[in-house]
Write a protein that binds this ligand. Structure first.
Ligand SMILES: Nc1ncnc2c1ncn2[C@@H]1O[C@H](COP(=O)(O)OP(=O)(O)OP(=O)(O)O)[C@@H](O)[C@H]1O
Ligand SMILES: [Mg+2]
Length: 361
């Protein structure tokens, strides 16, 4: 079934009966009712005949958040912690910031969240710049040109396959990700930088063996060195973002506060579901609105209301305001939360960081 545009009113969607919806999520109808009353799932609509129907869209979002498996996961968590696998305190949590729509504040959000986590939460944070625009690298105070002149290794050097299996190179990268790490001026905050070179890596990576897992395999070397790894994705759902999703435990989706920006979110839900179906346990942790104008325009108000209604409890109700100070901070190469900690937008990013930590658990 095609995934309807996110802006389609729920009542226009082909709905599932409570029994069918519960069966699909492998939960009881009583649990489904509970989820609805707790605001975890977008509420059922009533058809003309008075039957309750859950929208296909609401179910697909629930599948992308992994909520149905969460109960099971809590039960197995203790065991996992004991044997030191995923869920262990020593293993970094990986969060990818994803939206194929350009200019949705992915980079701004990565840089500011990383700033809060490192400076205020004293966590060991690694930012991976996965965009050839290198905005994150610049936003954390580095010039890709200067770095190139200094023969710095970039994320492209880590992702490029080392050679074909026939040539004996196998599918591992030529360079270890550890050799590409830069320490930023912020204590506890490291960066794997990017440059325009990354665009040259796209085709070789598409042709590489186990191409979706390249970043995940690289980051596996570092999981014990950091508390959090944040990946700044490019504005596409191509091979780099797929790599980020494969490497990530969670996905954060910033959405510009404009109604046209909400419609495209369906594609992100679908790609996360696809990666989950391939066996990678990644989930959408939260969706939040950025560049929210004050006072609200009609388009921004609609965008906020629609994102909130569609994503139910996955929505993070912490709107990030619009400010010129944000752009200035990028130019200065410092997160706004560091250069203007008292600014309203910095305060919002602080609240967002708290909520992210709460949801990661
Ligand atoms: N809160 C904000 N207030 C004002 N401007 C902002 C805010 N957040 C981001 N911007 C500006 O919006 C533009 C896009 O932001 P950003 O680069 O973070 O988005 P992005 O999703 O990473 O973009 P891309 O898809 O191109 O990578 C930038 O010029 C940035 O400075
Ligand atoms: Mg960006």
């Amino acid at each position: 079934m095609d995934f309807p545009e996110a802006s389609t009113p729920l009542s226009d969607l082909p709905g599932l009966t409570p029994e069918d919806a519960a069966a699909r999520l492998r939960i009881s109808t009583k649990t489904l009712r509970n989820w609805e009353s707790w605001g975890w799932i977008a509420p059922a609509e009533r058809t003309q005949g008075g039957r309750r129907r859950y929208s296909e869209q609401a179910l697909q979002i629930i599948e992308a958040t992994g909520m149905a498996e969460r109960g099971k996961r809590v039960r197995t968590m203790k065991k996992e912690t004991e044997i030191g696998t995923k869920g262990s305190a020593r293993s970094a949590t990986v969060i990818a910031v994803v939206n194929h729509k350009g200019g949705s504040a992915k980079t701004t959000s990565v840089v500011n969240l990383a700033g809060v986590f490192a400076v205020e939460k004293k966590l060991r944070v690694l930012v991976v710049d996965l965009d050839s625009q290198a905005n994150c690298t610049i936003g954390l105070g580095f010039s890709p040109y200067t770095l190139t002149a200094k023969r710095q290794l970039f994320i492209s050097d880590v992702l490029l396959p080392g050679g074909s299996p026939q040539s004996g190179g196998g599918y591992t990268a030529l360079h270890n990700i550890r050799d590409a790490i830069l320490h930023t001026e912020i204590e506890g905050l490291d960066l794997v930088p990017s440059s325009l070179q990354l665009s040259d890596a796209e085709i070789p990576l598409i042709n590489a063996m186990a191409r979706e897992t390249t970043l995940s395999r690289a980051l596996a070397h570092l999981r014990n060195d950091y508390d959090l790894i944040l990946i700044d994705c490019p504005p596409s759902l191509g091979i780099f973002t797929t790599n980020a999703l494969w490497a990530a435990d969670h996905v954060l989706v910033p959405v510009e506060a404009a109604n046209y920006a909400v419609a495209g979110l369906t594609a992100i839900v679908n790609v996360v579901r696809a990666v989950r179906e391939l066996g990678r346990d990644v989930n959408i942790l939260g969706v939040f609105n950025t560049r929210v104008p004050g006072p609200l325009t009609n388009s921004a108000r609609d965008a906020l209301e629609n994102t909130k209604r569609i994503f139910a409890s996955t929505y993070i109700d912490i709107p990030i305001g619009n400010t010129v100070a944000s752009e200035r901070a990028v130019e200065e190469g410092n997160p706004m939360v560091v250069s203007s900690p008292k600014h309203k937008v910095s305060e919002s990013y602080r609240q967002l960081a708290e909520e992210v930590l709460r949801r990661v658990g």
